[in-house]
Design a protein around this ligand. Structure first.
Ligand SMILES: *Cc1c(COP(=O)(O)O)cnc(C)c1O
Length: 348
């Protein structure tokens, strides 16, 4: 339980003073089918998308609330988790003054968004096992360190951080801690969304882009205290989740066992892939994975990457990332795709 955190001290003064844009659909919410809507300058001829979407995505949030066991007022949806991350920067980090802490090698967007928002970055590299150096991270913070980004399971290394390490950071960091759980559905670890009530400084982000097979509709999930969600809601673009996205997400989320069955398949494929990778002589190390990809160390990552491209297979070369020299990141595909990958790796 964390008691020394006051959200008021973390929000940017500009944001605290902000009066949000109030859309037509914000101002009138008593929607019934029988009503005549002449408030939003829409074209009245029905085609399925002629009306503005629900700015608070009430129907979609109630499905997600059920799935995740989190009340709707503790959920914010973004146009991908990248939009959620951007909102976090804009809510809590004062340009040219505040800083954030990231733990390389990690997801590239934290750094891009920090740069975009004129926020300084403190980097504390993960250790040789890709675990966070908690003491060093906490010591690197100063009074302007507003957000600490934790990615677990981590991209590109694939491992989860230990619950003890995460707990050490969430309990002791003075600002907001964001745990990016884009890959949590593939993981053996439990999500930190169950701990939101204990940690008022915690934001957990997830996405429908990976396990839920909806990268194309762009839907990012953000879970936090009702107070934090209220702040982010104030600054989000009014209609940030479009009608087609809301509809498609509800349609696929309502298919029972679809995602859990696909996750089971992907995890089975991951084990099979790892087994095959072990027999390839220039693969020097296979890093433990708690996600739907596997990081491997090879003799010459750039050469192997180019050889695969020539054979029509695209993977990710991570050799320039800290601690990732000569590594390649392989996404787990279908059994057919994985077989093509393995056959090709064996042939080059
Ligand atoms: C893929 C990924 C995301 C997903 O971003 P979306 O914008 O929701 O598609 C977020 N964080 C990490 C670490 C990822 O690898």
């Amino acid at each position: 339980m964390k008691t020394d955190f006051d959200l008021k001290n973390i929000i940017r003064p500009t944001i605290k003073a902000l009066k949000p844009y109030s859309s037509a659909r914000d101002e009138f919410q008593g929607v019934t089918d029988a009503m005549v809507f002449l408030d939003a300058n829409e074209n009245p001829f029905e085609n399925g998308v002629n009306r503005y979407p629900d700015p608070q995505q009430g129907a979609l949030k109630s499905i997600l609330s059920e799935i995740k066991g989190i009340p709707s007022n503790q959920i914010l949806l973004g146009n991908g988790s990248d939009e959620v991350l951007d909102l976090i920067f804009r809510a809590f980090c004062e340009p040219n003054q505040d800083n954030v802490i990231i733990l390389p090698p990690t997801y590239g967007m934290y750094e891009v968004l920090a740069n975009l928002n004129a926020i300084a970055i403190k980097k504390v590299n993960l250790d040789a096992d890709f675990q966070p150096k908690v003491e060093e991270i906490l010591n690197s913070a100063d009074t302007n360190s507003k957000v600490l980004f934790i990615c677990s399971p981590n991209n590109p290394s694939g491992n989860s951080f230990t619950p003890e390490a995460i707990e050490g950071m969430v309990s002791n960091f003075k600002g907001i801690v964001v745990i990016d759980e884009a890959y949590i559905d593939f993981s053996n670890e439990t999500s930190w969304i169950s701990k939101l009530d204990q940690y008022p400084n915690l934001i957990v982000t997830q996405t429908l882009s990976k396990a839920y097979a909806m990268a194309g509709i762009r839907l990012g999930l953000c879970f936090a205290s009702a107070e934090i969600i209220k702040v982010l809601n104030t600054i989000k673009p009014p209609y940030n989740i479009n009608q087609l996205t809301q509809k498609k997400a509800m349609e696929l989320l309502n298919i029972k066992d679809l995602t859990s069955n696909q996750i089971k398949d992907i995890l089975k494929e991951r084990s099979a892939l790892i087994l095959e990778l072990q027999s390839i002589n220039y693969i020097l190390k296979i890093y433990p994975s708690d996600a739907n990809f596997v990081l491997v160390k090879v003799d010459d990552a750039t050469m192997r990457y180019n050889q695969l491209i020539e054979k029509g297979i695209v993977i990710r070369n991570r050799t320039t990332q800290p601690g990732c020299e000569n590594t390649l990141r392989l996404t787990v595909g279908t059994s057919k795709e994985n077989k093509i990958l393995i056959d090709t790796l064996k042939s080059i």
